[in-house]
Write a protein that binds this ligand. Structure first.
Ligand code: NOJ
Ligand code: CA
Length: 555
């Protein structure tokens, strides 16, 4: 693959509502991000992905846009964003925005006009069906039918996500053109590119046929009926052609469920995007079908297989975006390490495991501190619309309130959305006022102030790890090198990164006990890791509990 500038980035994801409040209203904002640029520079990240800051009623915290060309007043003014872009640039940090074009908010002017006047051109900007009955049995991602009745009319509108997020009708050419103009306008504002939200849903099955139900509610997941649906290629190709191709920018698509044999169309040489997130290993604990609320037990071996299958596919066609956390996922320490979530060695090992995979690494705010999930004891403590929906749906399925709460806690998106703990003082230095969502209980212990500059802290480990990838003596191999799996015992994940000149074997012990592995070659040189001591003898390596180690192999 020809080298591209974005392969060298380390991208830090910011959930603006929870990062830093600059004006004491308990809500994080753009100026808050600008205030903390030096922290991000010190960490060593080169680009920020900022979750939506556009005008929005915030039903889904900004993923419900009511004006694509204006900012939400709680986040700031356009000048604040310009200042952020400028100040970031001064520190050689690029800004990537979130692009939410599968749906808008129901408070968007287009939707309001569509409701007011079914004869207006805006009516066809959305997906409406006339009739007195719900058009089909498809279930929305946040639960319940994808169809919502239009008040006072025998008509329904379609929403893949929440009721306040009506889907845009990509079949309408005028709508597509409006979206492309908007995308180009943003790219002209000096941003480096986009993370593109829920883009696999833009093409629907136009037969609108009901399917065999997969839940007691009689509905079927809309992922089965209208995700990556044939015909989507035409829209994605056009989107790229009319917008991204005209700029020097980077695109990262949230394109869940793309079949591996279709990956070429998405990220190949002539693909729609530069990279996509693959959720197969992030979602390895999620069940589907009628038992959706259960968590599937998984093993390190399965995690290993899923990661490697993903890596080998992505390598075959192009490049990928590597992540272990985001604003929709639980904290990685809690999810992947379970009872070892408080063990800093384990957290560092896990970090190195995904960070040196082939692809551009993404870090979600707070991940660099080893933040953990926050167990809520009542449904009132949740903000996430999907958690609230899942709670009531699980009760309908027959779970007790306690069981429902337990289930929701495990996967709630609020786990990762707690305000960023800058220090151990009141409200963690996030705000002077009560934050919009409770801080985690751990913040007096797990916070930036307690870790920055502290030898051995998780933050300092991330800093060192980023620097090692970006400017260490093996950067070419670690960034551009190929990858292949290395066979190991069940609790160890291992892979090799290699070029024609060098080969680095990377091993990660996910067990709390020592593990001995046989290295493919003798007398390798340990290069880097999370623990001081590495014990190699000939082709045997004795890994300490939760040890991560990179070994240069004899070629
Ligand atoms: C994916 C986003 O990451 C998530 O937070 C949002 O709720 C949905 N798309 C809908 O926009
Ligand atoms: Ca604020």
């Amino acid at each position: 693959m020809e080298r591209k500038w974005w392969q060298e980035e380390v991208i830090y994801q910011i959930y603006p509502k929870s990062f830093k409040d600059s004006n004491g209203d308990g809500i994080g904002d753009i100026r808050g991000i600008t205030e903390k640029l030096d922290y991000l520079k010190d960490l060593g990240v080169t680009m920020l992905w900022i979750c939506p800051v556009y005008r929005s009623p915030m039903d889904d915290n900004g993923y419900d846009v009511s004006d694509y060309r204006a900012l939400a007043p709680e986040f700031g003014e356009m000048e604040d964003l310009e200042e952020l872009i400028r100040e970031a640039k001064r520190r050689e940090i690029k800004i990537m925005m979130d692009l939410v074009i599968n749906h808008s908010s129901d408070e968007h002017e287009w939707f309001r006009k569509a409701l007011e006047d079914p004869e207006s051109r805006y009516h066809d900007y959305y997906v409406f069906k006339e009739g007195t009955e719900i058009p089909n049995n498809w279930r929305s991602i946040f639960g319940g039918s994808v169809w919502e009745k239009v008040p006072g009319r025998d008509e329904y509108y379609y929403h893949t996500f929440g009721k306040k997020q009506p889907d845009l009708n990509w079949e309408n050419e005028e709508l597509r053109k409006e979206l492309y103009d908007m995308v180009n306008w943003w790219l002209d504002q000096g941003i480096a590119g986009f993370r593109i939200d829920a883009i696999s849903f833009i093409k629907k099955d136009l037969t609108w046929e009901s399917r065999e139900p997969d839940g007691v509610d009689g509905l079927v997941k809309c992922t089965k009926t209208s995700r990556n649906w044939p015909g989507i290629e035409k829209f994605l190709y056009e989107l790229r052609n009319e917008t991204f191709d005209k700029h020097c920018c980077v695109t990262v698509a949230e394109a869940a469920g793309v079949p591996y044999d279709k990956m070429d169309e998405f990220i190949g040489e002539d693909g729609f995007f530069d990279m996509i997130f693959d959720f197969r290993y992030a979602d390895l604990d999620i069940a589907s079908g009628s038992e959706w609320f259960k968590r599937i037990p998984w093993t390190v071996k399965e995690l290993n297989e899923k990661i490697m299958a993903s890596q080998m596919t992505m390598q075959k066609y192009g490049w990928t975006a590597n992540f272990i956390e985001n604003h929709d996922q639980p904290r990685a320490a809690s999810k992947y390490l379970k009872e070892a979530q408080d063990n800093p060695d384990a957290v560092k090992m896990m970090a190195a495991m995904y960070f040196f995979l082939r692809g551009t690494p993404f870090i979600y705010q707070g991940q660099e501190l080893g933040m953990v999930d926050f167990e809520r004891t009542s449904i009132e403590q949740f903000n996430d619309i999907s958690s609230i929906d899942q709670y009531y749906r699980s009760i309908e399925e027959g779970l007790t309130e306690d069981e429902a709460l337990k289930i929701v806690n495990l996967r709630s998106r609020d786990n990762a959305r707690t305000p960023f703990p800058w220090n151990g003082e009141k409200y963690g230095g996030f705000s002077e006022e009560t934050p919009w969502l409770e801080m985690t209980e751990e913040y007096p212990k797990i916070n930036a102030n307690a870790q920055v500059g502290q030898q051995g802290s998780i933050y300092e480990f991330y800093r060192e790890m980023i620097a090692y990838r970006q400017s260490g003596p093996h950067r070419d191999t670690l960034i551009y090198g190929a990858i292949e799996p290395v066979e190991t015992g069940d609790d160890v994940i291992a892979y090799r990164r290699y070029t024609d000149e060098e080969s680095i074997c990377c091993l990660f012990n996910f067990s709390g006990e020592e593990r001995e592995e046989t290295l493919p070659s003798e007398n390798g040189t340990p290069l880097w890791g999370n623990l001081d001591h590495v014990s190699v003898d000939g082709n045997k390596i004795r890994l300490q509990p939760y040890q991560a180690v990179l070994i240069k192999e004899k070629m």
